[in-house]
Design a protein around this ligand. Structure first.
Ligand code: F6P
Length: 336
């Protein structure tokens, strides 16, 4: 009988449970055995697992986090790690390994593939949306929703105090969250990798100060800056200090942090996770391997793991243009 193993790895993302549920249901439908390894790849290295049936995945799709737990596993980057993982897969007579995670997790999957005869299939699970070959990753929609609601609340208090706020959002080294959230909240500025050169912060700072001063002159309520994490040298506190030193602009800092990873998955993420999970089991049946299942438009398709990891996944140019146009319009209007 075909035997599938599942694990979740790297930063957890809302919707991972919905993906696990879909895989388990479809596996049972196809009369495949299914087991889950715990704590990411550590579960393979430590042989920590449990059988998964439909009972284990009842009432999980509405919860964030992952019932299989997650971890980042340094040992998978060492030569021995993938070999040890393969020993465990062989011991359990696994035919296919499905990993839900981001690029680091897929690198682990590629390393396993180099030593193993079984099928390896990835599902894109990360709030960062930084995997190529899929419009959205599982968890991205929820993270954007959570951060949008948080900034709406910040906006209330920012308006009340007529304050400048610097709000740092996650995304690791990509600006998908920053742009979507910035536009959705009407942020006055978005500072992200796509529109800022972190090697030349002087010019960015001058431009930002100019924007704030134009706005303050016309006595608007608040000014929200959405800042992508890992962009500004020294982080949001450094930016706050520079605004104060260079232009006497007081600001407050809020780092949204891990709240963006938690919470009940948005319906979009539940649906995406379900579709991708079901297709992963189809891929097992069809003997497809070395792939991530992606979704572009309404079509599901196989993306080679190396492409998902290495190809660029730029923020949609229309969002960058929208932000630029909104700001230009704003500055022109207020200079008159
Ligand atoms: O990849 C998801 C993510 O949340 C990134 O946005 C962030 O940079 C990173 O993980 C944080 O990782 P950790 O939870 O290990 O601090």
């Amino acid at each position: 009988m075909t035997k599938i193993a599942i694990l979740t790895s790297g930063g957890d993302a809302p919707g991972m449970n919905a993906a696990i549920r879909a895989i388990v249901h479809s596996a049972q439908h196809n009369q495949y055995d299914c087991i889950g390894f715990f704590h990411g790849y550590n579960g393979l290295l430590n042989d920590e697992w449990q059988t998964l049936t439909h009972r284990d995945v009842a009432n999980v799709l509405q919860f964030g986090g992952t019932i299989l737990k997650s971890a980042r596993c340094r040992a998978m980057c060492e030569p021995q790690g993938p070999k040890q993982a393969v020993n465990t897969l062989r011991k359990h007579q696994i035919d296919a390994l499905i990993v839900i995670g981001g690029d680091g997790s897929f690198r682990g999957l590629e390393a396993i593939k180099a030593h193993w005869e079984g099928q390896v299939i990835g599902l894109p699970g990360t709030i960062d949306n930084d995997l190529a070959g899929t419009d959205n990753t599982i968890g991205f929609a929820t993270a954007v929703t959570t951060a949008t609601h948080a900034i709406d609340k910040i906006r209330d208090t920012a308006n009340a105090f007529e304050r400048v706020f610097i709000v740092e959002v996650m995304g690791r080294h990509s600006g998908h969250i920053a742009f979507h959230v910035g536009l959705a909240t009407g942020a006055e500025a978005i500072l992200s990798f796509e529109n800022c050169d972190s090697a030349d912060t002087k010019q960015q700072l001058d431009r930002l100060i100019n924007q704030i001063q134009v706005q303050q002159q016309y006595n608007h309520d608040s000014f929200v800056i959405v800042l992508a994490e890992n962009l500004w040298p020294g982080g949001p506190q450094a930016l706050k200090a520079q605004l104060a030193e260079q232009a006497d602009i007081e600001s407050a800092v809020c780092v949204l942090g891990h709240i963006q990873r938690g919470g009940s998955p948005a319906p979009e993420d539940r649906l995406l996770a379900t579709e991708l999970g079901l297709e992963a089991v189809n891929a097992v049946t069809d003997n497809r391997t070395g792939i991530m299942i992606g979704k572009q438009g309404t079509a599901l398709h196989d993306v080679p793991l190396s492409h998902a990891i290495n190809a660029a996944k730029p923020v949609d140019a229309r969002w960058i243009k929208a932000q630029h146009d909104v700001l230009t319009e704003y500055l022109v209007k207020h200079r008159k």
